[in-house]
Structure formats: C-alpha cells, structure tokens
Ligand binder design. Structure first.
Ligand code: HEM
Length: 147
C-alpha cells in the first residue's frame, strides 16, 4: 500500500507541474495581452488548486506513514531524513498555501487583467517552490525516482 501511495504521489507531480506551468504561462499572456478571463482559464486555475490539494493530502498520509523512517524530527543530522521531514514538506505546504490564496483572492477580482496578474504572481512563486522542493533523482542521496 505504501509503495502504491508513493508512486501515486510521485506520478501526480507531473500532472501538477504540467497544469501549473500551463496556468503560469497563460496567465502571464492573459495579463500582458489584456485578454478576457473566460471559462477555460477558470477551469485551468481550479484544476491546479484541486490537483495541489490532492497531492497535499497524499503527502500528509505519507508523512505519517513514514514516521520514524524518512520522517523523524530527532534525526536532523541525516540529510535525507531532514529533507523529507522539513525541507520537502514545509516547502510544499507553503506552495499549497500560495496556490489556495492566489485562487481565492483572484475570484474576487472582476477586471480580467488584474485577475490574471494575481494568479500569475501566486502560481509562479508556488511553481518555483515546488521545483525546488521536489526530490529530483539527480539529488541521488534522496533516493527518489522520476515516477
Ligand atoms: C504539493 C506538491 C508536492 C509534490 C510535487 C511532491 C512530490 C513528491 C515526490 C516526487 C516524492 C518522491 C516520491 C518517490 O520516492 O519517488 C515525494 C515524497 C514524499 N512527499 Fe511529497 N510532494 C508534494 C507535497 C507534499 C506534502 C505537502 C507533504 C507532507 C506534508 C509531502 C510528503 C512527502 C513524503 C513524506 C515523501 C516521502 C515518502 C516516502 O518515500 O516514504 N509531500 N513527494
């Protein structure tokens, strides 16, 4: 069961990254070109929010399942344990907060360009945090894969 959850959490990263990059690129375009904020934008931005929350829920389950193994606040000298206990978890939680705030605040804005701008700023910072927080396989001491 743990292995299935880890693979789901690992695989969903790609769906999240694809949707988030699409949202960042198109919201920047929408802001700069003064486009109309339409139904497709709303669906994309809401999808990013839902996928991020799903990923957070899986991450929280993994956090408690890995307790005493990869998650252990008493083993901060071990760089892999410290990564999953503190760096990964807190960076990703910060990204989730930004995406949630960006989406909810943008909903209150009626002017299209300003709404795109709000999404762009919050989602772009969240994207940077997520890229930094992913245990990429080239950081080999973290022992995570591509999928
Ligand atoms: C929201 C964006 C997130 C992304 C893109 C993400 C991505 C990943 C990836 C790629 C892995 C490596 C899986 C593997 O071994 O192949 C991982 C592992 C892990 N993540 Fe996340 N994660 C996110 C959020 C979170 C959150 C919010 C938490 C907890 C608060 C969390 C807790 C964990 C834990 C504990 C592991 C290690 C699981 C294990 O190997 O036992 N993640 N995550």
């Amino acid at each position: 069961m743990l292995s299935g959850l880890i693979h789901s959490h690992s695989g969903i990263r790609w769906i999240l990254l694809a949707a988030l990059i699409a949202a960042v690129v198109t919201s920047f375009g929408g802001w700069k070109k003064n486009q109309e904020y339409g139904k497709n934008s709303k669906i994309l931005h809401l999808s990013v929010l839902i996928i991020t929350h799903l990923q957070m829920l899986l991450g929280l389950v993994l956090f408690f399942m890995a307790w005493g193994v990869k998650v252990d606040f008493s083993q901060m000298g071990n760089s892999m344990v410290r990564f999953f206990t503190v760096e990964h978890s807190f960076t990703m939680l910060a990204a989730v907060v930004l995406i949630t705030l960006g989406y909810s605040r943008s909903k209150k804005i009626s002017e299209s360009a300003l709404r795109f701008r709000k999404i762009f700023i919050f989602y772009f910072i969240a994207l940077l945090l997520i890229l930094l927080g992913i245990p990429w396989p080239f950081r080999s001491h973290l022992g995570a894969g591509w999928f």
